[in-house]
Ligand binder design. Structure first.
Ligand code: NDP
Ligand code: PYC
Length: 342
């Protein structure tokens, strides 16, 4: 039975997912502050039924810890660079603690200047971006985040990996508990989801990948060994290139190709930078925040009026289910995770 189609599952509460993640990460040697920051996003992913970025990530996190390349306990160094720029140097540790430590200053700057940027440098990065986006929308700012990964994705018209799976995520604060958030890879699908298809031996749709000879393939394994493709042809390819530039050279950090060279076959998580922009609706909208927010709500209402759903609506529904009833994790994945802690 595959991990994707797992028949046998283990029931866990959301708190148990967090405790398990923290135990495995600290057991592997990660310091408690880093382990808790990582465990928080893994728990959020599992809770929101994002299979490729929940507990499925734990084995890769342990592999990264064991790669010898990452710092297990570096304290991020936060620098107030200018009125609109915060820099968080992760010092070769995971990105998440650096984000958590720098986010309040980013939001304060956005609320003072109107728009502000957070450049996270020298970080190992494996996570979905929406937890960070929600953290910022909870502080009342709109936010845009992007990061490279490894050079697994061919540019439009090309035939081998050059770009990363490069996610981009955006959030808009709304009245009520849930912001508008989208968060997707600029590859046709995240590599994590491609790996889940491979584990499940499920064919991939046309347009997701090419094999090592550059031929279109419906085999996830062949695409993982060959190259993934961007979504939307040349449009996804250009957007992905922008992410390489904005979260790479612009902030003095690595491109996906350079990240892969740094990895040098160790199969750790990608190591590079991340760029997060925050916008204050009160300053940017010219003052009448309630009127601007109402106009945004009218836009969202137009979706439901025609039966379309907003991005993240599936996640929020999954979250409510998980908080009420817990999650069900594939037994094979659970056993693999327990073995990591043995
Ligand atoms: P998807 O192609 O599933 O796209 C995800 C986004 O699209 C979500 O916001 C999702 O909302 C929304 N969405 C999906 N279907 C619909 C629909 N029918 N109508 C409206 N909105 C929809 O995911 P990806 O494979 O592209 O990315 C998955 C995750 O992988 C992301 O969280 C990303 O951050 C992460 N990732 C991280 C990388 C890294 O380097 N750290 C690299 C690449 C990806 P909903 O969740 O509600 O379905
Ligand atoms: O799923 O593409 C992916 C990914 C890369 C790094 C973290 N997730």
């Amino acid at each position: 039975m595959s991990a994707l189609d797992a028949g046998d599952t283990v029931a866990l509460s959301v708190d148990e997912v967090f405790a398990l993640s923290r135990r495995i990460l600290t057991g592997a040697g990660l310091s408690l502050p880093h382990a808790e920051a990582v465990a928080r996003v893994i728990t959020a992913g599992e809770r929101d039924e994002c299979a490729s970025h929940g507990l499925f990530r734990l084995p890769g996190c342990v592999q990264t810890i064991q790669s010898g390349k990452m710092s297990l306990d570096a304290e991020p160094v936060i620098t107030d660079v200018s009125p609109a720029l915060v820099r968080a140097d992760a010092k070769l540790a995971y990105s998440l603690l650096a984000f958590e430590r720098a986010a309040p200053l980013l939001a304060r700057k956005a609320k003072t200047v109107g728009v502000a940027a957070l450049a996270i440098n020298n970080c190992f990065h494996f996570s979905a971006l929406w937890p960070e986006i929600e953290h910022l929308t909870d502080m009342g700012v709109a936010a845009l985040a992007m990061t490279p990964s490894h050079a697994w994705v061919a540019p439009a018209g090309g035939h081998k990996g050059l770009l990363g799976t490069n996610p981009i995520a955006f959030g808009w604060p709304r009245p009520g508990p849930h912001p508008y958030v989208f968060d997707f890879a600029t590859s046709a699908i995240a590599r994590g989801d491609m790996a889940l298809h491979d584990i499940a031996d499920k064919p991939i749709p046309d347009g997701w990948g090419i094999d090592a000879d550059g031929r279109p393939t419906n085999s996830a394994r062949a695409a993982l060994d060959g190259a993934m493709l961007t979504f939307g042809g040349h449009k996804g390819s250009a957007l992905s290139t922008m992410i390489e530039l904005m979260a790479g050279p612009l902030i003095g950090d690595l491109t996906s190709r350079e990240s892969m060279a740094f990895d040098d076959g160790s199969r750790a998580a990608p190591m590079h930078g991340e760029l997060i922009l925050a916008f204050d609706p009160a300053i940017m909208g010219g003052g009448d925040v309630e009127a601007q927010a109402a106009r945004a709500e009218a836009l969202f209402a137009g979706f439901s009026a025609q039966g379309a759903r907003l991005p993240s609506e599936r996640r929020y529904a999954a979250r409510a289910r998980s908080l009420a009833h817990g999650v069900r994790t594939p037994q094979v994945l659970y056993d693999r995770i327990l073995a990591l802690g043995a």
